[in-house]
Design a protein around this ligand. Structure first.
Ligand code: FNR
Length: 184
């Protein structure tokens, strides 16, 4: 079983982001078969189809190459107005083009939504899932990860909630098997 490279996309740009904390927990708990790394999205310019020339911006090219080199993608998203934040949507749009050469195409993925609220970002999670068939990304159906009431699960950067840790472990182990099964 080869090690599989996973690009982790974090939908929050906030310094003390809970979503980033959850992404780090997933990285820490990942089994040895997964090599997970956050691919930053904060410096991507807003996608403009006019810029889709033979020489797109270096930021676009670098992002597409990083996604292209990955065997799978883990999307970690907060919920903004019951959907995904614009920064994450922008990154998905950038990685989805040029048409027919999407960096995301065929990569197995999973979705984790995070919120200080009780609903765990359900709306964002499912808006994100709606994009995945169009991107030709096989998305792990279960377990679903709606990480609600997240503020109480961390002391600073430290995950202090044992039941969440157990759930994250199951989630990431199942994702490793999903990637193994579906990676090209
Ligand atoms: C929010 N927040 C929020 N929370 C939620 O559960 N459902 C929602 O629809 C929204 N909508 C929303 C819109 C905007 C513009 C902001 C700035 C915030 C609150 C949000 O969950 C909270 O700020 C989180 O802490 C954001 O995630 P990070 O940055 O901690 O990862």
């Amino acid at each position: 079983m080869d090690t599989k490279k996973i690009a982790v996309l974090v939908g929050s740009l906030r310094k003390d982001s809970f979503t980033r904390k959850v992404a780090h927990s997933m990285i820490e708990l990942a089994p040895p078969g997964l090599d997970m790394e956050i691919v930053e999205i904060r410096d991507l310019p807003l996608y403009n189809q006019d810029d889709e020339t033979e020489h797109p911006s270096a930021a676009f090219t670098e992002f597409r190459e990083r996604i292209g080199q990955a065997d799978g993608v883990l999307f970690c998203t907060p919920e903004y107005n019951r959907s995904v934040p614009g920064a994450l949507k922008n990154a998905i749009d950038v990685g989805s083009r040029p048409y027919g050469k999407a960096a995301f195409a065929g990569k197995p993925c999973a979705v984790v939504s995070v919120s200080p609220g009780a609903l765990g970002g359900f709306g964002a999670n499912h808006h994100l899932r709606q994009m995945l068939p169009f991107l030709d990304m096989p998305c792990m159906p279960a377990p679903e990860a709606y990480v609600g009431m997240v503020a109480g699960k961390y002391d600073g950067d430290r995950l202090v909630d044992d039941s969440s840790r157990a759930f994250f472990q199951t989630f990431i182990d199942t994702f490793a098997a999903w990637v193994e099964r579906h990676a090209k």
